[in-house]
Design a protein around this ligand. Structure first.
Ligand SMILES: Cc1cc2nc3c(=O)[nH]c(=O)nc-3n(C[C@H](O)[C@H](O)[C@H](O)COP(=O)(O)OP(=O)(O)OC[C@H]3O[C@@H](n4cnc5c(N)ncnc54)[C@H](O)[C@@H]3O)c2cc1C
Length: 583
């Protein structure tokens, strides 16, 4: 049956992507078992960095930062001196040289402290100068990283434009090659973090390369002629983040400031965002821990109807949900960091899953935490309103979650489409290429070896769940093939089916992460003493398995046609149109 040639990727792993292989019915368990234990020596450094972050964070008046609309240049230098601006940068450029796991752990702490703090540092490190680390030449690294890693300079990431938001592929900014090898850049960006504070920006534009209309990544520096910082946005939350428009009027960018190869700009942008999205996953873990701690304290103390709130079942259900899902999210986010640290080539799906799951879980967790605080939770003297304002953007930026779901589903489906086209049925390449943001990035064959559809490396005590995951993977493959056969190329337009598939893949990945983590806990600490983790794993996996079944079942049985028809009618009417009492 199998028509593809077995290819070994350079990392030496049997597959280039764990999650993409799932839809092919393959569970590459050697990529996710055993659980990636953090490096013990690095943990000492990470603890020290977290302690420094907390000490600085505690000395900041975060409400004042909102009023001042900036954290303060002196604070940036203080964070830099504490080593917090160059976490993953190699020590030879003045950074801390942390792994992805170590970086994520410190970032969790930033997110526990404050949203604005974590966004300023996230824009700087996760996306601002990440491109220089990933794609920069030695000369570029030596020129830029020492100042950036020590907080003497701040970085930004300039992708979004008025006409190119989610559809970032279709940028309007344009760089034109000059006879002397430099590029002249014209265009406009909007919603750019660290806007007027940034000294170095990774910016993206279209450019003609070898006669083809492609993208280019450029390193822009403050003070370049024609590079203007525009007006600041008045934002709902993250009010200390200096969000600006940027204007490029005939900015001459020397060839030594081109990042990677001209023509490779879109791939570079997507690679940076892939990495940045893990930070939103682990950041959500940090912020959710803070909310959970606040909720536990309050519900134990507050008494109503003669007992503490914590004794009511409906309160317990909310807290139990938060603990269980936080455990699942934390497992998934750090498993993904482990994949990056192992050198796995393609973690785009896993990072997108962490971003979507993390940011949505955090939003619902914040809503429940506020609910349990009652009327007091609505007061500005409490932290909830600020947290909710700050985190509301998370499901929108760095890839809106709706678009991310389409990305997860379509790029996971693509290898299945290839297999079916290998059998002479259909090809998914062209439609996937035609949908802008997913375009080039979703292309590229998944390198793979055929693997069994079962998990054998989980602890035997977890075999019930491991077997269930195997069954779900089989069903997922069958459902995906059926979907592609039914809709053929039109499947790229079937977003409701894509959403269900994306959510099912995310839930399978989350179960695998929990099984890997709890297997390692059982092995290290014994099964008996780890009863609480087992309880959580049982609950998480049972619930996730039910959601997978629900989503796969809804691929066949749904009211999608009626729902989309109602929406089309609403568009046509231009308003609700069914009011009982007209104005
Ligand atoms: C506080 C903040 C900070 C930011 N920081 C930066 C930064 O530092 N650098 C940078 O480059 N950008 C940044 N952005 C921009 C951000 O990444 C974009 O706002 C985001 O990508 C969405 O683009 P858009 O706003 O144009 O929304 P649109 O693309 O117009 O989308 C609006 C909504 O439509 C839906 N949608 C869009 N496309 C689809 C689709 N194909 N299928 C289904 N639904 C769809 C989604 O629900 C989406 O949220 C920031 C934005 C904010 C608000």
């Amino acid at each position: 049956m199998e028509s593809s040639v077995v290819e070994k990727p350079e990392s030496g792993k049997a597959a280039s992507s764990f999650a993409k292989s799932l839809l092919l019915g393959e569970i590459h368990e050697e990529m996710v078992f055993p659980w990636p234990e953090p490096d013990a020596e690095e943990q000492i450094k990470v603890r020290e960095l977290c302690a420094r972050a907390r000490a600085i964070g505690d000395s900041i008046d975060h409400r004042r930062v909102e009023e001042d609309r900036w954290i303060g240049d002196d604070r940036i230098r203080e964070l830099g001196d504490a080593g917090l601006c160059g976490l993953y940068v190699d020590e030879k450029y003045g950074g801390q040289g942390l792994s992805q796991t170590g970086y994520a752990r410190v970032f969790e702490t930033f997110a526990q402290i404050d949203g604005t703090l974590s966004i300023i540092l996230g824009v700087h490190q996760s996306i601002g100068y990440k491109g220089i680390v990933l794609f920069g030449t030695e000369e570029q690294k030596e020129r830029f990283l020492p100042d950036l890693a020590t907080g003497r300079k701040l970085a930004g990431f300039a992708l979004t434009e008025p006409e190119a938001g989610s559809d970032a592929y279709h940028l309007r900014s344009r760089a034109v090659l000059q006879p002397d090898g430099s590029w002249v850049l014209n265009g406009e960006k909007r919603y750019i973090g660290n806007g007027s504070k940034g000294d170095v920006f990774t910016a993206f534009a279209r450019a003609e390369v070898n006669g083809e209309d492609r993208h280019i990544a450029l390193i822009l520096e403050k003070g370049m002629d024609g590079f203007e910082v525009g007006e600041r946005y008045d934002t709902m939350g993250l009010r200390g983040n200096d969000l600006r428009r940027l204007y490029f009027n005939d900015v001459r960018v020397p060839p030594e400031n081109v990042l990677g190869e001209p023509g490779d700009g879109f791939r570079i942008a997507m690679s940076i965002l892939n990495n940045g999205r893990i930070g939103l996953g682990t950041g959500s873990v940090g912020a959710a821990k803070k909310l959970l701690d606040l909720t536990i304290d309050h519900t134990k103390e507050r008494r109503q109807f003669g007992q503490s709130l914590a004794e009511f079942e409906l309160v317990q259900e909310k807290i139990g949900w938060m603990v269980t899902y936080l455990f699942g999210l934390e497992s998934m986010a750090y498993l993904t960091c482990g994949l990056v640290d192992q050198g796995v080539e393609d973690y785009s799906l896993e990072s997108a899953i962490c971003k979507v799951s993390g940011t949505e879980f955090l939003w619902y967790a914040a809503n429940r935490a506020l609910q349990l605080r009652g009327g007091e939770g609505y007061m500005r003297t409490e932290p909830y309103e600020k947290i909710m304002r700050d985190i509301r953007i998370f499901p929108i930026f760095e890839g809106a979650n709706d678009v991310m779901r389409a990305f997860i589903a379509l790029s996971a489906m693509k290898p299945v489409g290839e297999r079916l086209s290998g059998l002479g049925e259909i090809g998914l390449n062209d439609p996937i290429r035609s949908i802008g943001v997913l375009a080039d990035y979703a292309a590229g064959r998944v390198k793979r070896e055929v693997r069994p559809e079962r998990i054998s490396m989980a602890h035997p005590e977890l075999s019930k769940h491991a077997d269930a995951v195997g069954d779900q993977v089989k069903e997922l493959t069958g459902a995906t093939e059926a979907l592609i056969r039914r809709h053929k190329k039109e499947v790229t337009m079937r977003q409701l089916a894509q959403k269900r598939l994306a959510d099912a893949v995310a839930d399978v990945y989350a179960q695998v992460a929990v099984l890997s983590r709890v297997s390692s806990i059982f092995e290290n600490d014994g099964v008996e003493p780890s009863g609480q983790e087992r309880y959580i794993a049982d609950t998480f996996c049972d619930r996730a398995a039910r959601r997978v079944r629900g989503n796969l079942n809804a691929l066949e049985h749904n009211d999608d046609e009626r729902m989309t028809a109602i929406a089309k009618l609403a568009s046509k009417r231009g308003a609700y149109g069914y009011a009982l009492f007209e104005d």
